[in-house]
Design a protein. Structure first.
Length: 113
């Protein structure tokens, strides 16, 4: 069974909050909204990178060039409504855990892309 986890990007304070206690987490998100902030929630994909780090929607993955075989090997993770699964911009399969490493996310590290 997949763990249900979220994180929240606070655009105003430019920080990411992670939580496994959903009730407390959503209370904090609601306080941000009431304060005029527009936080962005991202969901845990249920996948981990080669080092065991959780992969969230919006994370940026670097695929091992030797395994991936392409010049472009850095992609953000998104959810595809069409396919009903987690995908990357390059059409790569984020489930290949031995091939990928989380190197940042689109909120804190947009310059990577």
């Amino acid at each position: 069974m997949k763990d249900i986890k979220f994180r929240c990007w606070d655009k105003f304070n430019e920080n990411m909050t992670y939580s496994n206690v959903l009730c407390d987490f959503f209370d904090d998100v609601q306080k941000l909204k009431e304060g005029g902030n527009n936080p962005i929630l991202t969901q845990f994909t249920g996948l981990k990178d080669r080092g065991g780090k959780d992969i969230y929607d919006g994370d940026i993955l670097e695929f091992d060039r030797a395994e991936w075989g392409g010049d472009d090997n850095i992609f953000p993770v998104t959810y595809s409504d069409n396919d009903g699964e987690w995908v990357t911009g390059g059409g790569s399969n984020p489930e290949c855990s031995d091939w990928k490493t989380v190197i940042g996310n689109i909120y804190e590290n947009p310059e990577i892309l």
